[in-house]
Design a protein around this ligand. Structure first.
Ligand code: SF4
Length: 351
């Protein structure tokens, strides 16, 4: 049928009127912002969290939670290399203001320090907790209540320090805490000595991974971390898996961390930590904007006095060369506190 000039005008007016009266089609073009929710909440709503907890708990019967793979039955009271019982042991829990700025925010990172450790380094700064196992044995329910208390006092996340050997308890406690209203990100603050098979259980539960990558050389790892010569290879694979799961760090509009990897590396005296190799590796296998904290706070602790090459703090020169390497290899998302120290010493170097 032929369209007359009158029909055309009527249609044009109707269309114009409908656009003016109903702006919905234009709004539909704008992308609606999804409200943020923690990873564990999504998994719980999909009905998968309980199954992961069951899977994790079954590992206690022949413990292979970490690369030591002791095979002891922790359900029956046997203890492996980490000396941890089957129940979680906690030394303390409180807001912590010494972590990276995106984790600390305004009210602190809700830190829970677990007793015992599966790596056990000779220079451990938490040795009374990690080596001597100081702390109290609690129930998973108590752990859930700690998480809730930390959220109530305004902490921005739950920061689980040395979590590897108590991972099943953490998962159970997280589910219980979610039922009581926990809605802040989980931070998995680990030495990096993690099995891939175990990290896969955490996929979709942990929001922020906070691993160390301590050494790049097998002999150094064995010497200073209780024979763990496989640490560099295992740690690198673990960091890559963490990145696969949560990606580069993302924060909210205030700059508080929500999801991603925050990678730590402690500069040690006499280049023991292999810092140049570390930054080169990060630049080669991870995005250049991976959040990297090159830490200057090495201090002589525990048995480090017995090893002359690490029985002193680091020098300004050692920290500057570490940061210079990071710049040289193109890392662009370095921790702001480290960058500030670097700038101060750089000015002195220039002057
Ligand atoms: S978590 Fe402890 S008991 Fe289990 S494999 Fe590791 S060191 Fe052994």
């Amino acid at each position: 049928m032929e369209t007359t000039r009158r029909d055309f005008l009527v249609r044009a007016l109707l269309l114009g009127g409908s656009l003016a009266l109903s702006p919905a089609p234009l709004h539909a073009l704008q992308k609606k912002k999804e409200p943020w929710q923690p990873a564990y909440e999504k998994l719980e709503k999909e009905g998968k969290l309980a199954q992961r907890i069951k899977q994790a708990y079954s590992i206690f019967e022949r413990c292979q939670l970490c690369p030591r793979q002791c095979g002891v039955n922790r359900q029956k009271g046997e203890r492996g290399y980490c000396r941890a019982p089957v129940k979680p042991m906690v030394f303390s829990y409180h807001p912590h203001f010494g972590e990276e700025v995106p984790l600390v925010g305004e009210n602190g990172s809700g830190t829970i320090f677990f007793s015992n450790c599966n790596l056990r380094c000779v220079f451990c700064q938490n040795w009374p907790i990690s080596h001597e196992g100081r702390g109290e044995e609690i129930q998973d329910e108590d752990l859930a209540n700690m998480m809730i208390k930390l959220q109530k006092i305004g902490c921005h996340n739950i920061n689980l320090v040395t979590p590897t050997h108590v991972m099943p308890n953490i998962l159970q406690a997280t589910r219980l805490a979610w039922q009581k209203g926990l809605r802040i990100p989980l931070v998995y603050n680990t030495s990096g000595y993690e099995r891939l098979e175990i990290l896969k259980i955490l996929d979709g539960i942990v929001d922020i991974y906070l691993p160390d990558l301590k050494y790049m050389d097998a002999d150094q790892a064995a010497k200073y971390s209780s024979g763990a010569s496989d640490y560099p290879e295992i740690g690198k694979k673990a960091v890559m898996e963490m990145h696969r799961q949560v990606g580069v760090l993302k924060s909210d509009e205030k700059g508080f961390a929500l999801r991603g990897v925050v990678l730590r590396h402690l500069v040690m005296p006499n280049r023991v930590a292999g810092t140049e190799k570390f930054v080169r590796w990060v630049a080669e296998v991870l995005p250049k904007n991976t959040y990297v904290n090159i830490m200057a706070q090495y201090r002589v602790e525990y048995k480090a006095f017995e090893y002359p090459e690490i029985a002193r703090g680091i020098t300004v020169q050692e920290f500057l060369e570490a940061m210079d390497w990071a710049k040289k290899y193109g890392l662009v998302n370095l921790d702001e506190k480290s960058v500030s120290i670097w700038k101060i010493y750089n000015r002195r170097r220039a002057g």
